[in-house]
Design a protein around this ligand. Sequence first.
Ligand code: AMP
Ligand code: GLY
Length: 302
Amino acid sequence: MKVMIIGSGGREHALAHKLSQSPDIDCIYCVPGNGGTALEDKCFNVELNNIEEISAFALGKNIDYTFVGPEAYLVQGITDIFSQRKLKIIGPDKKASMLESSKSYAKEFMKKYNVRTAAYDTFSEYEKAIDYILKADFPLVIKADGLAGGKGVVIAQNYEQAVETLNFFMKEDIFKGSGKTVVIEEFLKGFETSVLAAVDGKTILPFISAKDHKQAYDGNKGPNTGGMGAYSPAPVYRPEIADFTLEKILKPTIKGLKAEGRTYRGVIYAGLMLTPGGPKVLEYNARFGDPETQPVLMRLKT
Ligand code: AMP
Ligand code: GLY
């Protein structure tokens, strides 16, 4: 079998490392890959620059399956284009990827399908967001609606910091459109855990838990990042919490997606806060987590 992996991170290296161990796989093309994938058995790095080039390569080489690492390609609709060309690809389609690409959509979805999450409001008008924070309790959490490379969430400790964040996101438009709409939500206290699960549209199969380390700088003093490192399992994610998460969070999510007519095939990532009142969803990602995939796949035995 020939496989293609799209992406250039540690996540893609972990996937390449694991897939290369399968006796069914003869050859893995990493697009573009990195220094790590270049050293793996059966792996070849290939430089391709857009979906057109990638799908032409997949057709030309008779690739059996493509794995998509980063969200940007999913959100651009790579799955839809591959499917039209009868190419097999593992990842949700463009519509289903909105669970990651729009935080306001994800929050609305969770409300509609009773998936546990923090209380929130969505704002597209700067003045209305300011009015809201004038009356709010702190800390509160301000999130850019669109993709921001893991940097679009600020935990505002006070009014001044919240105003500064709204200025950056909505007025100065530092995320080039992604922060024009913001979600402002309740600050949740607890332990964070990342849960990745494989989905075929109907069935959901969770991997073991992981914990992502988010903050930059020593002593957790820095801003949030997309993830500085990860370990697995997250010891606080005990079996009864995992069962609860499967029944009350993961299954309702897949049922909701089906009810919305959004085909979800691939890996879904639920970022959870384990609060004293039980787990709540902080965010969804429409793909393997980075860096969580590194410890999770290293531990996968089958
Ligand atoms: P997100 O991209 O939504 O996962 O947010 C990035 C990070 O911000 C999370 O991993 C948490 O550390 C933090 N965070 C997000 N939402 C909340 C919340 N409602 N309460 C507390 N921390 C949060
Ligand atoms: N580590 C968080 C993410 O993959 O988005």
